[in-house]
Design a protein. Structure first.
Length: 210
């Protein structure tokens, strides 16, 4: 169990190092698309660093999601590696490349807003905390898991900028891992007062879809 809990932190460090290597590689090549790729990887690295306080926060209670952490972290590492070391399909820069970049930025912004809305109740681990209550306002009044929605949107945008078999496979693995984590989280929160009623009337990550 300790190894499963520690693994995501090790994968985080590997992902940060991989992003740095990718930034250097793309920045050292000629072309506007390569420079854009370096900037997008820098944005991803900044996102990772932004969540360092949460990533390395000591869990206040044994997490119930340890087995979901490994595929979750591994998928993110594989996606960053594909973007860093895989061939860039764009021969030259185009304004269309701003579209996936905007989706990435919107996803990160959505996730950070969701994290701030939860405050001390937010954790990268699934666990009950003292005084745990259901947050239903703001973004949480639209979907039950806006942080995961932002995570998925950001990675869809990231994958669209760095398309390829490896990045597509990593995105599918991430989607499966997030779906698994959501079900584990909902099971852990099922007996929180008011959660069942909230879940019954609020979609998980995408209104009218799931």
């Amino acid at each position: 169990m300790r190894l499963l809990t520690l693994a995501p932190r090790l994968l985080f460090l590997a992902g940060a190092g991989t992003a740095v290597a990718g930034i250097v590689l793309h920045a050292g090549r000629d072309g506007g698309a390569e420079a854009h790729a370096a900037c997008l990887l820098a944005g991803y690295l900044g996102w990772l660093l932004l969540e360092v306080p949460v990533t390395f926060r000591r869990a206040a209670a044994p997490p119930s999601d340890a087995r979901t952490l490994l595929p979750y972290g591994l998928a993110r590492l594989l996606l960053v590696a594909a973007a860093s070391f895989g061939p860039l399909p764009w021969e030259r820069w185009s304004p269309w490349l701003l579209v996936p970049s905007a989706a990435f930025a919107a996803g990160v912004a959505l996730r950070q807003a969701a994290i701030r809305a939860l405050g001390r109740f937010y954790s990268h681990h699934v666990m009950r905390q003292d005084g745990h209550r259901v947050v239903t306002g703001g973004l949480y009044g639209i979907v039950r898991h806006p942080a995961y929605a932002g995570m998925l949107l950001a990675h869809v945008g990231f994958t669209c900028f760095f398309p390829g078999p490896a990045s597509a496979a990593a995105l599918l693995l991430l989607g499966a891992a997030v779906g698994w984590r959501i079900r584990v989280e909902e099971s852990a929160l099922s007996d929180v007062p008011g959660y069942a009623q909230y879940a019954a009337g609020t979609p998980r990550v995408l209104p009218k879809v799931w």
